[in-house]
Ligand binder design. Structure first.
Ligand code: EPZ
Length: 422
């Protein structure tokens, strides 16, 4: 397994280009299953999870072509299977996103039940209940979700008692081809849901209210070929800005959007950073100062994103003062804290709340990545504290960050990938 060798004590400065959002690209790839004809997707990030999703639909007979830099064209006309096999689904839970489109367009789907993952049990009951409300017959057996509908799905009023991002996206996609009107109440408002909706509207879908907690979809008989550019990744953006803040440096993130990450930018200002923004860039200048510790409570968008919790935990470990981090979305998303304690982090965990006392005494140490965002937080901490750090199991990070070591090297980070073969 590849490792990262990192030399700490660096002040990060310079510019870095943000890639397209992983969590927008994944549902948009699934949306290609709704239409017979090419869906042209640009600003596609080069990520392991994106490759897995493209492999998943390709194994169904869907035509997938790299048609340029960060551009993919997908055509489902020749699809010959409606099965998402365990071998692929077990490596990426977001594979569940093919369930709604397959059912809506082809009347059947067989998708392996995604297991849990490091951060939680990750049930998909709300996806299943929503599709059943639209008339699907769904049986869960032998580790598979087997779904069928004779004719078209029927529009329905669906209330999510928990805000679910991919649950909202699955029902949104299924509803575009359903007969009649679907109303999704307590819908997820994440920008990635809105980006998916904009792609579906470009394909001819009739959708109102994306980005609010009530989305109304009037089903149409078919969708058309279209092209769409994936929004920038707000979590990758936040990762580089927090890394800059921890190092006392000055970093500009390019090809991003300040309007979809207010909560994170507010927390960085509270930590003492100077933030300047333009249409597609964000500049953070810490002017050599140590950040102030900030309290965090994660919640659905537009509140503070759970995917940025680990990164702020890293910052709080080296900040001035004591802070509290409360994780309200997932039941086990503090594993990075144990590794930070190995580096000298002063952290007390009590259930879903962690208390962190900032310190300048942290040192590099051998640590292990456990999930995507936890891995990023360990890289950030290792770049800043004194000494050398070796991070194991960095395949987690490759799932959601494009060329992270090159991007950190561009802004002064001393990080090298040690491949298992050498
Ligand atoms: C999406 O996961 C993201 N993944 C996650 O990003 C992100 O952390 C999460 O939303 C929350 O923002 C993608 O978009 C591919 P949820 P998702 O359904 O949709 C419960 C990353 O790092 N729930 O919004 O799987 C669930 O247990 C990843 O990029 C049910 O109970 O998350 C959780 O407590 C990690 N039943 C809460 O809802 C369901 O049927 C929110 O989960 C579905 C969810």
């Amino acid at each position: 397994m590849d490792k990262f060798l990192i030399e700490g004590g660096k002040c990060l400065s310079g510019e870095v280009r943000v890639s397209g959002a992983k969590n927008a690209a994944l549902p948009i790839i699934a949306a290609a299953l709704l239409v017979r004809g090419p869906l042209e997707i640009s600003n596609m990030p080069a990520l392991h999870d994106v490759n897995t999703m493209l492999k998943l639909i390709a194994c169904m007979g869907v035509d997938v072509k790299e048609t340029g830099d960060m551009q993919v064209t997908i055509d489902s006309s020749a699809i010959n299977s409606y099965k998402a096999p365990y071998e692929l689904v077990k490596t990426m839970r977001a594979s569940i996103l093919v369930l709604g489109p397959l059912l809506a367009h082809f009347g059947e789907a067989e998708v392996s039940l995604p297991g849990g993952c490091a951060i939680g049990s990750r049930p998909v009951d709300l996806h299943i209940r929503g599709l059943e409300a639209m008339g699907a017959t769904i049986v869960v057996e032998e580790g598979y979700i087997r779904a069928k509908i004779d004719g078209r799905l029927k529009g329905a009023k669906i209330f999510f008692d928990t805000v679910t991002v991919t649950g909202t996206e699955n029902i949104l996609m299924a509803a575009t081809l359903a007969e009649g009107q679907t109303i999704i109440e307590n819908a997820a408002k994440e920008p990635e849901v809105t980006d998916l909706a904009e792609c579906l509207i470009a394909m001819g879908a009739d959708i109102q209210g994306a980005g609010t907690d009530t989305i109304t979809i009037n089903g149409v008989s078919e969708l058309q070929a279209a092209s769409h550019s994936v929004i920038p990744d707000r979590i990758e953006t936040g990762t580089f800005l927090v890394a800059a803040a921890m190092s006392g440096g000055c970093v500009t993130t390019r090809a991003t959007r300040p309007d979809i990450q207010e909560a994170v930018l507010q927390k960085l200002i509270e930590a003492g950073a100077e933030i300047e923004t333009g249409d597609d860039w964000i500049k953070l200048d810490m002017k050599g100062k140590q950040p102030k510790a900030v309290n965090i409570t994660t919640a659905p968008y537009p509140a503070f994103p759970t995917d940025m919790q680990a990164q702020f935990a890293a910052m709080n470990c080296v900040a001035q003062g004591v802070s509290h981090i409360k994780e309200t979305i997932f039941e086990n998303r503090f594993m990075h804290m144990q590794e930070m304690i190995r580096m000298g982090g002063k952290i007390l965990i009590d259930g879903n709340t962690a208390t962190i006392e900032g310190s300048t005494e942290l040192k590099g140490a051998p640590v292990m990545a456990t999930d995507l965002r936890a891995s990023a937080s360990l890289v950030m901490l290792a770049l800043v504290v004194t000494g050398e750090t070796l991070i194991d199991r960095i395949y987690h990070i490759d799932r959601g960050y494009e060329n992270i070591e090159e991007k950190f090297q561009q802004i002064g980070g001393k990080i090298t990938r040690i491949s298992a073969t050498n």
